[in-house]
Design a protein. Structure first.
Length: 314
């Protein structure tokens, strides 16, 4: 089945090694719109090219970038990086800021279908005036939980998925077991759980929660390797090792949720606080440590190649 990428449709058998969750650039949309002098586009492009090339040197053929509204999804940057590097880049549509329990008045004061329509537009027509099509839908529930507005976004994402047959990635906060509540809404909307990936599940090593979530049928994102201030590297690795041992290798996506540029923190903070948070940490330390723990080459191939292809073509 063809998967939409920035450079056009690619057969799901041609995705190769996939990083299932990385960002070319994550910046605060309203700040950027109002105070553009704070941003350096050339530097953002250079850093994105550098990170993508480093990943490609490690054998990565495809990167899934779940940037959407509020993360400053930028199809222009994506196209330039793809042209320069040849990476197969998969883009999304959706709303992230729902994490903060807020949707813009534009959508707040219209019928809920207004949201569904813009998501479907990105999937069927293209993103930001281009013919680059979104391949999946993105939404987010964090610690504050499913408020009225967040629920509206979740249901719109579910309905757009039903209309277009495209899969969903949902940001979650496992410490508050949000993955289960997200699945409640998707079940209610009749979404096939095999089309759902619950992102950031790897931020916990609570295996009871993870197994309860897996029993509901979604893929899970073990997707923040390197972001070790939330959960240590050792505990992240041990969790994936144990889940592989319990037979769940066919349900996990491995990634880092790194951003070549991120403005959420002051300069120098990421280098100090999360020095391993970049596009190649997976290959430098995570895979060797997983192998050390008994994860097989076949299981690694399943997690890095087959699972993302199955999810994107579901
Ligand atoms: Zn992310």
């Amino acid at each position: 089945m063809p998967i939409e990428t920035v450079s056009g449709p690619v057969d799901d058998a041609e995705l190769g090694v996939v990083l299932a969750h990385e960002h070319l650039s994550t910046t605060s949309e309203p700040v950027r719109a109002q105070w553009p002098h704070l941003y350096d586009e050339q530097r953002e492009y250079d850093l994105a090219v550098e990170q993508v090339r480093a990943a490609m040197d490690r054998g990565v053929k495809t990167i899934v970038d779940p940037s959407c509204m509020d993360l400053n999804r930028n199809v222009g940057l994506a196209r330039r990086v793809v042209e320069e590097t040849g990476i197969q880049l998969v883009m999304a549509t959706g709303i992230y800021g729902a994490k903060y329990t807020f949707i813009p008045p534009y959508f707040e004061n219209r019928e809920p279908t207004a949201l569904v329509d813009v998501f479907v537009h990105d999937i069927e027509q293209g993103i930001q005036g281009t013919d680059v099509k979104a391949a999946f839908l993105k939404c987010a529930v964090d610690e504050p939980g499913i408020s009225e507005h967040v629920e509206r976004v979740l249901r719109a994402v579910a309905q757009a998925s039903q209309r277009t047959g495209r899969p969903i990635m949902a940001h979650s906060h496992p410490a508050t077991r949000r993955g289960l509540e997200i699945m409640d809404v998707f079940d209610d909307e009749g979404v096939d759980p095999r089309r759902v990936q619950i992102a950031h599940t790897g931020d916990t090593d609570d295996l009871d929660y993870i197994e309860e979530l897996l029993a509901r049928g979604p893929f899970i994102g073990m997707d923040r390797f390197g972001f070790d201030i939330v959960l240590s590297h050792r505990r992240r690795v041990a969790t994936v090792v144990e889940l592989c041992r319990r037979g769940y290798a066919d349900r996990m996506h491995l990634s880092q949720d790194a951003a070549a540029t991120i403005d959420w923190f002051p300069p120098g903070w990421t280098e100090r606080a999360v020095p391993n948070w970049h596009f190649t940490w997976l290959f430098e330390r995570v895979l060797p440590d997983l192998r050390q723990g008994g994860v097989t080459e076949e299981q690694i191939e399943t997690m890095l190649e087959r699972n993302p292809a199955r999810w994107l073509s579901s």
